[in-house]
Structures are given as C-alpha cells and as structure tokens.
Design a protein around this ligand. Structure first.
Ligand code: GLN
Length: 391
C-alpha cells in the first residue's frame, strides 16, 4: 500500500495485519490460522433464512437503526446475557458488523482531543478509529502471560480529557475473559471518573471458563455502557457483517448520529435473516451448546498440535485464538517468526505485536486461530512439527 496520499491520521496504521497475512498465506499456499474466520460454513437455519428474505423482497434500505424485527430479536437475544431487555427502538442499533459499531461509537461520541483508554494489546481497529475521530488513545499495557487489568493502572492513565474506556471480553488476541475483580476495577474507575465503558463482546458465546458476563450488568454500569456485539462469530458467518450496539437512549443517539452517515443501514436481507436466526437461538439451546462444545474440542486439538511442535501456549478462556511463544522456536520477535513460518512451514499466524502500541509491543507471541476444520488444524500441526527454522 502506497501511503503518500493516506491521511496522517491513518498513515501510522499501514495495512491491516489480517490483509497482509492472508495475502502471504495465499502466496505461499499456506494453511491459514491467521485471520480469524471459520473455514466451515454457518448453519442451514441461518442460510435458509437469508435465501427466504431475498425471495420475500427485502431488497431496499432498512430503517437506518435497524429493521424492526431485527432490533426486537437482538433485544431478546441480548436479554439472555444482560438480564434485562433493552428497548428495541430506543436502545438497539443494527450496524454493519461490530467493526462498524466500534467506528460509529467512537465517531459519534468523541470530541477532537478527547482521550480513550485502550488496553494493550487490543484489536487493531480500536486505535485506528480513535485516530479517525481525532481523539487520543491512552494505552494501558497488560503484562503477559496473565494480561490482567489493574484499577491503579487505569486510574494512572486517566486525565481531565478521558471520556471512555474500551474493553473486550472474551479478548482478542489473548483469549482472556475479565474476572469479577477486573470487572469491578473497570466499573470503579468508570464511576469515579464518570467514564463511558465501550464493551466489545463479539466472542460472548465462545467461552471455556464459564459463561460470559457483560460489564454492563454491574451496578451503575447499564447507564454508562455501550455493549457492542455481532452474529459473525456466534453463527460462524463473519461475512454477513451484522452487528449491533445496546446502550441507553442518550448514548444510542450518539451512535446513530454517525452510523447514519457511515453505512446508513446494514444489508436488509441479512438483517431479516439475522432476526430469524437469533430468534431460533432464543428458543433452542442446541445450536449454542454445540458451538461451545465444538470450540472446546478444537481448542484442545490446536493446543496439542502447537505443544507437539514445541511452542508454549496460553490456553484461552474464551474466543478462538491461542497465543504461542515464538522464542521457544528460536525467534527473537513475532514478525520475523510469522514471516518465516508462512514462507518455510506453510502456516500463517498473526504476529501479536500488531495488537500493541508499536513503541512498547510484546514481540513474543504468534496468534493462531482455531475456528477451522479438524483437517486444517491437523495439517498446520504436521507442517509445524516438521519445520526446522534455521537458527
Ligand atoms: N476479527 C478477525 C481477527 O481478529 C479479523 C477481522 C478482519 O479481518 N478485519 O482475526
């Protein structure tokens, strides 16, 4: 990518690491455990609903903040984890995936010069969207291998300009889930400093350490939290790009102020299908139980393969990612390791330093995705076990 015409706000971010690694994976005919997308299809009940929605004529723009049926279905689905039913029309906004939700939230909420606390590492679109909003990211580094959040570190990062803290649980790329003490720490600081909490919960249904609990469920937090999620991971249909926010009406107004000018609305037939699919999940636990069961199995499979190939791994509590220590295979840094791995071993992973502020990145981990078929995971394991990088 030639950066000469790219705005200075975005120049530091370069090309997304997912684009780079997927391109290298194709170039080297590698097994792609980099970009986190399933290499298996989503469920028939969702695909059939999409076909039916197209046939039924859902071909024009939807209401900007969501097709009424979709807002209602999201409200019912969200009630399971939140414990209350958000008002479908005043508190739910349908977006083009959670990535648009993140952009809409930050662009709709922040004044130029406002500060947002980001946890380091964090998903790569957060700092880019903070920059697009003309705001400033204050990054609080979480130390490996525990990656725990500490209230004092959060307090230390706050200034008079701090407006929000952006959290993510289950967490990409570490696989950590916030525990009760960490949720309390975030809530304490948010209440003390009058901060808004932005909570990315897209891996909410993919957990191994007990069910996900939203930060919005803590006392006093519902009023100041914007929950962001999507169906991409839950339905293994990342290309549908149906996401949402749940927030009290005043915060929802800020999200919608930018969403209407970003995408106006998410794809109408897929919104209609999302409504049908989410309602199916609400009445039948079979699919979600199976999803959790399958991911627990794939997690064990990839942990076994990576361990066999000589990597120490951080076993995730949620999400579909495993961090593996590349120093165990003789590398000093993750970017060199991932470039060598894709070219020589034919396995693509994501260097986890891409999720850090480059000035103080932890360069020890490669992130492997296990939202893949057994054959894919096993093929990657065999290639890695047979790989002898030149030392
Ligand atoms: N969320 C996916 C991941 O972390 C990738 C999304 C993307 O390609 N932008 O791997």
């Amino acid at each position: 990518m030639n950066p000469s015409r790219v705005t200075s706000r975005l120049r530091p971010f370069g090309e997304s690491i997912f684009t780079t690694m997927s391109r290298l994976a194709v170039q080297h005919r590698a097994v792609n455990l980099g970009q986190g997308f399933p290499d298996f299809d989503g469920p028939a009940f969702a695909k059939d609903a999409a076909k039916a929605a197209i046939d039924a004529g859902f071909g024009q723009y939807a209401r900007a903040f969501g097709l009424p049926d979709t807002n209602a279905a999201i409200s019912r689905f969200a009630a399971r984890s939140l414990g209350w039913s958000p008002d479908p029309d005043a508190e739910v906004t349908v977006t083009a995936g959670c990535t648009e939700a993140i952009a809409a939230v930050l662009l709709g909420l922040l004044e130029p010069g406002d500060e947002v606390i980001l946890l380091d590492p964090c998903y790569d679109s957060y700092p880019a969207c903070v920059a697009m909003a003309g705001a400033v990211a204050r990054r609080v580094r979480l130390e490996s291998p525990e990656f725990r959040i500490d209230a004092d570190a959060l307090r230390h990062a706050c200034s008079a300009r701090t407006r929000a803290i952006l959290v993510n649980s289950p967490h990409n790329p570490t696989g950590r889930m916030l525990d009760a003490a960490e949720r309390q720490a975030i809530s304490d600081v948010a209440l003390e400093r009058n901060l808004i909490v932005l909570s990315d919960e897209v891996y909410e249904m993919i957990t191994y350490a007990g069910p996900h609990r939203s930060i919005a469920t803590l006392p006093g937090m519902r009023e100041r939290t914007i929950v962001m999620s999507s169906l991409g991971k839950t339905l293994s249909l990342t290309g549908w790009k149906i996401g949402w926010t749940v927030a009290p009406p005043e915060l929802t107004a800020a999200v919608r102020a930018s969403h209407q000018f970003l995408t106006f609305c998410a794809a109408t037939p897929l919104q209609k299908a999302a409504a049908t699919a989410l309602d199916a999940l609400a009445t039948d636990d079979g699919y979600l139980g199976q999803l959790a069961h399958e991911y627990a199995r794939r997690r064990e499979l990839l942990l076994g393969e990576l361990t066999r190939a000589g990597f120490r791994c951080i076993a995730p509590e949620g999400s579909y990612f495993i961090l593996a220590d590349v120093t165990d295979r003789g590398f000093d840094d993750d970017v060199t390791a991932c470039r060598a791995m894709v070219a020589e071993a034919g396995v693509a992973a994501i260097p986890a330093s891409a999720f850090y502020d480059p000035s103080h990145a932890d360069r020890r981990y490669a992130r492997f995705a296990f939202c893949k078929r057994d054959e894919t995971i096993q093929a990657a394991g065999e290639r890695l076990a047979g790989w002898r990088p030149p030392c």
